[in-house]
Design a protein around this ligand. Structure first.
Ligand code: PHE
Length: 493
C-alpha cells in the first residue's frame, strides 16, 4: 500500500502551521508575555525558540520524513525497544484532544449565542458557567450532561471526521482556510481594538519591556514551556505530518517557516487581546492587571465581556463576538485534527489498518472517552487533566525523544540526513542542543513542575481527583504506551 502523501509542499507547511497556531497563541502567549516582562520577554522567548523549539521541530520533521512513519514507527526504527517512546506522545495527544474538543464545543455555543448577544446581556461569566457549562459543585458531582456542550462537541467531531476522512488530500485543502481565516479575523479584531480609547495603554502593558524580570528563572521556564507547547512538539504530530512528505524534501526551511508564522500569529493575538483589555480597563476605571488573564477565563469570560462594552449596539457586539469565537474555532480546529492524525498515523502504521477506518474508529473512541468533559463537572476534569498532561506528558515526551536521538542514535546521523536535502544548512551546534540543552532544560522543567505540584496540589482539588485525572491518568498513558510498544506489528515493519 502506497503511503498517503501531501499534494505539495504548501499543504504540509500549512498543516504544520495550523497545528502550531492554536488556542495557546490566542489565550496563552499574550498573557505569558505580559506577565514575564512584556517586550523583554521576547529575549527568553527567542532564546527558547533557537535552542529548543527550532532544533526540536527539525528533529521531529526529520524523524518522520526519513522513516516515512508516525512517531511509534519512527522511534522503533531508531531502536525496536524505543517504540513505546513514540507511543507516549501519541497517547498524550489522544488525551489532549479528548478535552480540546470540549473547548471547541464551548466556542460553538458562543458563536450561536452571539446572534442574540446572549453572553452580552447576562454577562459572560453567568453565560459561561450557567448556560453553557451548567457547572456542578465540583469534580465529584458529575451532574449529567450539559447539552449545549455535548452538542458543540458532536459538531466538532463530525467536522474533524470529514476533514481527516481523505487524509492529506482533504487536510491539504482545508488548511488553506483554517490557517488564513484566523489571520484575517485577527486583523479585523486588531483594527477594532487599537482604535478604541485606552487601547494604547493596554498594548503598552503587553509590550513595555521590564528587563529586570529576566533575572527570574521562572520567566525562562515559562519561555521554554510556551515554545514547546506552541510548536505542538512532543505529541507525534510533526513526525506524522512529515512522514507524508517525500523523503528528499526540504526540512530546515519548512521548520523555520512554521516557527515564524506561528510566532507571528501569537504577536498578532497579543495586540487584539491587550488593545481590547486596555479599552475595558479604561471604561471600567480598573487597572489592567485586574482584567488581564489567560486561558479559559480570558477567552470565555473577560474577552466577551470586553466585547460587550463596544460602542455601536448589539449588532456590533454580536458581530465582534462571532469574529472572536470564529478566530478561536479556526485556530483550534487544525490543532485538534493534528492531534487525531498523530494517532491515526501511529495505529495505521503499526497494524496496517486502512487509514479511513482507523480515523473513524479513533474519533469514536475519543468521543466516548471525552464524554466526561461534556458532563456538568467537565470543566473541573478538563482543568486537572490539562494541567498534568501539559506539565508532564509533553515534557517527558520531549525528554525521551531528545535522549533517544541525542544519546543513542546520535544527532549527527539525522543532521547528515537533513542538511543535504535542505535549503538552509544547520551547523553542528544543533547536535549540542539535542544532546544537552533540550534534555537538561526539560528535566529541570519537569522537576520544577513536580516540586510545585507536591507542595501545592493543583487547583485545590482533593487528592482523589489529582490521582484520577492526574497521576493515575499519566500512569495509564505510560502503561498503554508500553503495551502498544511491545505487541506485534504488521509483518513488514
Ligand atoms: N500548539 C497549539 C497551541 O498553541 C496547542 C496544541 C497543543 C496543539 C497540543 C496541538 C496539540 O494552541
Amino acid at each position: 500500500m502506497k503511503r498517503d502523501q501531501w499534494g505539495n509542499r504548501a499543504a504540509f507547511v500549512l498543516a504544520a502551521i495550523g497545528s502550531a497556531a492554536g488556542l495557546g497563541n490566542a489565550w496563552r502567549f499574550p498573557y505569558i508575555a505580559f506577565k514575564n516582562g512584556g517586550g523583554a520577554f521576547l529575549i527568553p522567548y527567542f532564546v527558547a525558540l533557537l535552542t529548543a523549539g527550532i532544533p526540536m521541530i527539525i528533529l521531529e520533521f526529520s524523524l518522520g520524513q526519513k522513516n516515512q512513519l508516525g512517531a511509534p514507527g519512527s522511534l522503533a526504527k531508531v531502536k525496536k525497544k524505543f517504540e513505546w517512546i513514540g507511543w507516549w506522545p501519541v497517547i498524550s495527544a489522544f488525551v489532549i484532544v479528548s478535552y480540546y474538543a470540549g473547548v471547541m464545543g464551548w466556542a460553538w455555543d458562543y458563536v450561536v449565542g452571539s446572534f442574540s448577544v446572549a453572553w452580552g446581556e447576562i454577562g459572560a461569566s453567568d453565560y459561561f458557567f450557567n448556560n453553557v457549562l451548567q457547572i456542578s459543585s465540583g469534580p465529584g458531582e458529575l451532574g449529567g450532561f450539559s447539552y449545549p456542550v455535548l452538542i458543540g462537541v458532536v459538531v466538532t467531531w463530525i467536522l474533524i471526521y470529514f476533514i481527516l476522512r481523505k487524509g492529506t488530500e482533504s487536510v491539504g485543502k482545508v488548511v488553506w482556510f483554517t490557517v488564513t481565516a484566523p489571520v484575517i479575523l485577527l486583523l479585523i479584531l486588531i483594527v477594532r481594538s487599537v482604535t478604541l480609547p485606552g487601547a494604547l495603554a493596554g498594548i503598552n502593558y503587553y509590550l513595555q519591556p521590564d528587563f529586570s524580570k529576566l533575572l527570574n528563572y521562572q520567566v525562562w521556564i515559562d519561555a521554554y514551556s510556551q515554545v514547546f507547547f506552541t510548536l505542538s512538539l512532543g505529541m507525534g504530530i510533526m513526525i506524522a505530518y512529515a512522514s507524508y512528505m517525500p523523503e528528499d524534501s526540504d526540512i530546515t526551511n519548512n521548520a523555520l517557516i512554521t516557527v515564524f508564522a506561528n510566532s507571528g500569529v501569537s504577536f498578532m493575538a497579543g495586540f487584539a487581546i491587550f488593545g481590547t483589555l486596555g479599552y475595558m480597563a479604561q471604561t471600567q476605571g480598573v487597572p489592567i492587571e485586574e482584567v488581564a488573564g489567560a486561558g479559559v477565563g480570558l477567552a470565555f469570560v473577560t474577552y466577551p465581556n470586553a466585547i460587550s462594552m463596544l460602542p455601536g449596539g448589539p449588532v456590533v457586539v454580536g458581530f465582534f463576538g462571532i469574529v472572536f469565537f470564529l478566530t478561536l474555532l479556526t485556530l483550534g480546529i487544525d490543532s485538534a485534527f493534528s492531534l487525531v492524525e498523530s494517532n491515526v498515523a501511529g495505529f495505521s502504521d503499526k497494524f496496517g489498518w486502512n487509514k479511513r477506518k482507523t480515523t473513524l474508529g479513533i474519533i469514536i473512541l475519543l468521543f466516548l472517552v471525552g464524554l466526561i468533559f461534556s458532563a456538568k463537572a467537565g470543566l473541573y476534569w478538563l482543568d486537572i487533566v490539562d494541567h498534568y498532561i501539559n506539565s508532564y506528558g509533553l515534557v517527558i515526551a520531549g525528554i525521551l525523544e531528545a535522549i533517544a536521538i541525542g544519546w543513542y542514535y546520535k544527532p549527527e546521523t539525522l543532521r547528515s540526513y537533513f542538511n543535504p536535502i535542505s535549503e538552509y544548512k544547520i551547523g553542528s551546534w544543533w547536535n549540542g542542543m539535542v544532546k544537552y540543552v533540550i534534555p537538561i532544560v526539560l528535566i529541570y522543567l519537569l522537576i520544577q513542575n513536580f516540586i510545585g505540584d507536591v507542595k501545592t496540589p493543583y487547583g485545590g482539588y482533593a487528592l482523589t481527583f489529582q490521582w484520577l485525572g492526574g497521576w493515575g491518568m499519566l500512569i495509564a498513558v505510560g502503561l498503554v504506551s508500553i503495551i502498544l510498544g511491545s505487541v506485534g506489528s504488521r509483518e513488514d515493519l
